[in-house]
Design a protein around this ligand. Structure first.
Ligand code: PBG
Length: 328
């Protein structure tokens, strides 16, 4: 059928018509809000590079989460700012640490949010890498993959015990999903869900997060464990491996520069897929919006739609509250 019988503009004439044929919809339950939890009480510290985001102590976090729950947001993912760091990141598994305390408080408040705990060591190591370091045979310092596994498993188990529905390893060590699944099952936690950051790229888009979580590597970068931005077939192998090791849901991160990867993962595996709309993606929009260079709410909506349209079921996003408000 072709013009003049076929006139695609007929279906675009008014909002009443456009909404009838809309293929993708944003709903607040698809948004997962990242939160940065610190010690103390009554603490609310602005994160300069992420306007609108703060580091919160557990009491204020609870208030924020009540708002998010009332807006219908799907869940929160917690990142911790520990009081002390060491070379192995032992504090990640501290049952008295900020993340475990926040999980217990959120669990007993029973807000109807899914509770996610990011599992990584970079916020807890004094060198900022995602696992303990070892000098390789070639003399180079690098993260010791196999030594990281028990530390990550202990952290995941601590969060499960504190009340997490979901543990989300973001470290990119080989074999961590299997190690965490074994540790959880061995402790009678077979119901705890694992969301793996399966295709996580070594990205400059994480810049602002490293201020938010105080997790910048003291030397070097993360290219020996996070993926090369040039690769997509490798992402499919990472996802396949994590699913085989027991991941229930897989993540692609960052989101916007990797929508092709989101699409391929969804098409190939058909499993629930999350995409992480990361700190740099957020900061760019906020910065341009503050200067009046872009229409911020429309850009936000268009970006979130694009991530859903590419095939993501869930979006981890610092826009969660604002986007949910806009939809309400
Ligand atoms: C921890 C972790 C990072 C992010 C989520 N988990 C930082 C990194 O890998 O350097 C980034 C999130 C964001 O930029 O919003 N490994």
């Amino acid at each position: 059928m072709s013009f003049p019988v076929h006139r695609p503009r007929r279906l675009r004439r008014t909002e009443a018509i456009r909404r009838l044929v809309r293929e993708t919809r944003l709903t607040p339950e698809a948004f997962i809000a990242p939160q940065f939890v610190c010690g103390g009480e009554g603490v609310r510290r602005d994160i300069a590079s992420m306007p609108g985001c703060q580091q919160l102590s557990v009491d204020l976090l609870l208030e924020d989460c009540r708002d998010l729950a009332a807006l219908g947001v799907g869940g929160v993912i917690l990142f911790g700012l520990p009081d002390a760091k060491d070379p192995r990141g032992e504090a990640a598994a501290d049952l008295g640490g900020p993340v475990a305390r926040a999980l217990r408080a959120l669990r007993s408040a029973d807000l109807g949010l899914s509770l996610w705990a990011d599992v990584c060591l970079c916020e807890y190591t004094d060198h900022g890498h995602c696992g303990p370091l070892v000098r390789g045979a070639d003399g180079r310092m690098d993260v010791d993959n196999d030594a990281a596994l028990p530390l990550l498993s202990a952290a995941a188990l601590a969060y499960a015990e504190a009340g997490a529905d979901i543990v989300a390893p973001s470290d990119m060590m080989d074999g961590r999903v299997g190690a965490i699944r074994t540790a959880l099952d061995g402790a009678g936690r077979s119901e705890t869900i694992i969301v793996s950051y399966a295709a996580k790229y070594a990205s400059a888009f994480y810049g602002p997060f490293r201020e938010a979580a105080d997790s910048a590597p003291a030397f070097g970068d993360r290219r020996s464990y996070q993926m090369d931005p040039a690769n997509a077939a490798e992402a499919l192998r990472e996802v396949a491996a994590d699913l085989e090791e027991g991941a229930d849901l897989v993540m692609v991160k960052p989101a916007l520069a990797y929508l092709d990867v989101v699409w391929r993962v969804k098409q190939r595996f058909g499993v629930p897929v999350a995409a992480y709309n990361v700190s740099g993606e957020y900061a760019m929009v906020r910065a341009a919006g503050a200067r009046g260079w872009i229409d911020e709410p429309r850009i936000m909506t268009e970006m979130l739609l694009s991530i859903r349209r590419a095939g993501a079921d869930l979006i981890l996003t610092y826009f969660a509250r604002e986007a949910a408000r806009l939809l309400a």
